[in-house]
Design a protein around this ligand. Structure first.
Ligand code: AMP
Ligand code: ZN
Length: 123
């Protein structure tokens, strides 16, 4: 299947992965709206909200809460917006939830490598 997010899951395409388990993967959006813009995707290929099952949705919501805490601790975000696009506004046809951070003070966009360095789990 020619799906860019399935390729990311299969590691055919690199990603700045922040978290993963058997059900979901979380990585930095390559074209972020703000520093720490994350995407949460199911590991199985689900097109959009119409195909989403309750168990996978539950996992995504649980991880969303964990990622909010991570963004607060590592990047000191002041707000977070969740966005999930469907139909003509959905560019990548593999379900994904955007986590878009907001900051009280305007912030310049940092290089993605720098954001990743701040946010990734350090050994
Ligand atoms: P949308 O389908 O409109 O909800 O948005 C798709 C999002 O995927 C956009 O914000 C892109 O920047 C992001 N994106 C596309 N390709 C990649 C990639 N290889 N790695 C990370 N994010 C990506
Ligand atoms: Zn896919």
């Amino acid at each position: 299947m020619n799906c860019i997010f399935c390729k990311i899951i299969n590691k055919e395409i690199p990603s700045y992965t922040v978290y993963e388990d058997e059900i979901v993967k979380v990585f930095l959006d390559i074209n972020p709206d703000s520093n720490g813009h994350l995407l949460i995707i199911p590991k199985k290929h689900i097109l959009d909200i119409s195909e989403m099952d309750n168990n996978t949705w539950k996992s995504i919501l649980e991880i969303t809460k964990k990622m909010k805490i991570l963004l607060e601790e590592k990047l000191h975000i002041d707000g977070l917006t969740l966005i999930q696009n469907n139909g003509i506004v959905q560019e990548v046809k593999h379900f994904h939830l955007h986590l878009k951070p907001y900051y009280k003070e305007a912030q310049a966009l940092l290089p993605i490598e720098d954001v990743y360095e701040k946010i990734k789990e350090h050994e």
